[in-house]
Design a protein around this ligand. Structure first.
Ligand SMILES: Nc1ncnc2c1ncn2[C@@H]1O[C@H](COP(=O)(O)OP(=O)(O)O)[C@@H](O)[C@H]1O
Ligand SMILES: [Mg+2]
Length: 443
């Protein structure tokens, strides 16, 4: 029989530099429950998430890994777990990783003992010192991953698979993201260009810049952390804002359903010819589910409209890495239970892309109806389906959707070469992106 383990859960409330204890999380594999502390209840602090109301009894979670998905968001993913296991010299399960990792994860929650080591964040000077040391030994940095990042003691709990860390530059926290071993060295340049191009296309994308490391050889993408804010008069930008991924909102941690559940789901959505789980992990489901998080119809509509602009942009740059961990909501007002889409991140245009763009989440669902004998769930991007989706799911009128799509397409068509060149991508390399930025079907 496996024994129950428990860990304190900490939350950074708005405007605070230090976290308060919200309660205790208890876990056995596949099952967990969370109990708010009496002091948290008495202080009338806000809930950690809309689906975790502040109550004097336990909140259970009986499925998936038994860990609340918003807790998982705060912990490391493949890259962070790799660093943590290397440092502790043993394999770790999800609960251990979450309670022992550095507490620089996305959002405003952390689990486990709050030690100074776990709270340590690397300053740019310290990072540069590591590089200097390697240079002093007469070595070139040919493998940033093992030569530099593995030397950063504390690692990071930011998600994703690419090598990355949190860096403090002049009191502001940044995410520094490096190409992985074997990756295209132009990846940071292209991602930086896409963040800028996205903003030109009306998408609220995060602020990114290309960073040339002082070894003269490597580059990384620096994005200002959107979940960190400065707190009056204190440098280090250590105030925090809540974050939840679309993966967590949609409960995609849950295993594929049983056959009976899948069939019930098919009937409910009147779908056939595709798995009902595809609808569960779709932009359509996310647009609906955001209603519980956004605090009111007007906010929900705004979030859905922004989501559609991101779908359009991902289609235009053939970003097929637009999975549910690459979308999320930020807590705009914790007490008011108002969440909104975080700035867009991880927008990557692939070189040599296929002509027909297919997104990784379906964005249009047309259920069976009197005039529609065969229901449709659509991943492949075309002008017609993007426009139909805009009206059906994302709060756009037909005319304004057409106008936005045509404007965004023209911005990409006329701007992509310039945006890549501005980041220093050489001509021959830019040519490899011709297919990537070719017009969508029907445009
Ligand atoms: N600017 C940012 N501020 C705060 N958190 C971010 C920012 N950009 C990304 N993140 C978080 O870090 C995670 C990893 O970043 P991402 O760019 O997706 O890396 P990867 O390419 O490895 O997937 C994201 O899933 C998101 O939770
Ligand atoms: Mg990612």
């Amino acid at each position: 029989m496996s024994t129950e383990r428990s860990a304190p859960v900490w939350v950074w409330l708005a405007g605070e530099l230090d976290p308060v204890r919200a309660g205790e999380f208890f876990h056995t594999p596949g099952r967990g429950h969370f109990h708010y502390d009496d002091a948290y209840l008495a202080a009338k602090h806000p809930p950690l998430a809309p689906d975790m109301p502040v109550r004097p009894h336990s909140l259970p979670i009986h499925d998936g890994s038994g860990i609340f998905p918003i807790f998982q968001d705060a912990g490391p993913d493949a890259w962070g777990v790799h660093l943590l296991q290397r440092r502790l010299e043993r394999p770790l399960d999800d609960f251990e990783a979450l309670t022992l990792c550095p507490v620089d994860g996305v959002g405003n929650l952390a689990l486990g003992e709050m030690t100074p080591e776990r709270r340590r964040v690397l300053a740019m000077d310290q990072f540069l010192a590591i590089i200097e040391e390697i240079k002093a030994q007469g070595q070139a940095i040919t493998d940033i991953q093992s030569q530099v990042l593995d030397a950063v003691e504390n690692g990071t709990s930011l998600g994703g698979t690419k090598p990355k860390l949190t860096l403090v530059i002049e009191g502001v926290q940044y995410l520094a993201k490096f190409p992985a071993r074997g990756d295209d060295p132009w990846l940071p340049h292209v991602e930086s260009a896409m963040l800028k191009l996205a903003r030109q296309c009306g998408v609220d994308a995060c602020e990114g810049t290309l960073w040339h490391l002082p070894d003269g050889r490597n580059t990384a993408l620096l994005t200002r952390r959107f979940d960190r804010v400065s707190v009056a008069g204190v440098p280090g930008g250590a105030g925090r804002i809540g974050f939840v991924s679309a993966h967590a909102i949609l409960r995609l941690d849950k295993q594929a359903r049983t056959r009976a559940q899948a069939e019930a789901g098919m009937r409910a959505f009147s779908t056939c010819g595709f798995n009902a789980d595809s609808l569960r992990r779709s932009y359509v489901a996310l647009a609906d589910a955001m209603a519980r998080w956004c605090g009111g119809q007007a906010n929900h509509r705004e979030a859905r409209r922004e989501l559609w602009r991101r779908i359009v942009f991902n289609a235009l740059i053939r970003n097929t890495d637009d999975h549910a961990r690459n979308h999320g909501l930020l807590c705009v007002n914790m007490a008011g239970k108002h969440w909104a889409l975080s700035p867009a991140f991880d927008l990557v245009a692939p070189p040599l892309a296929r002509e027909l763009p297919t997104l990784s989440l379906a964005y249009l669902h047309v259920p069976r109806g009197r005039a529609i004998p065969v229901p449709r769930l659509v991943w492949a991007a075309s002008r017609k389906d993007l426009l139909e989706a805009a009206e059906r799911h994302y709060g756009y009128e037909a005319g304004e959707a057409r106008e936005h799509l045509d404007d965004a397409a023209a911005t990409v068509r006329t701007g992509w070469r310039r945006f890549l060149a501005a980041e220093g991508v050489p001509e021959a390399e830019i040519d490899r992106y011709r297919g990537t930025f070719s017009p969508l079907p029907g445009m």
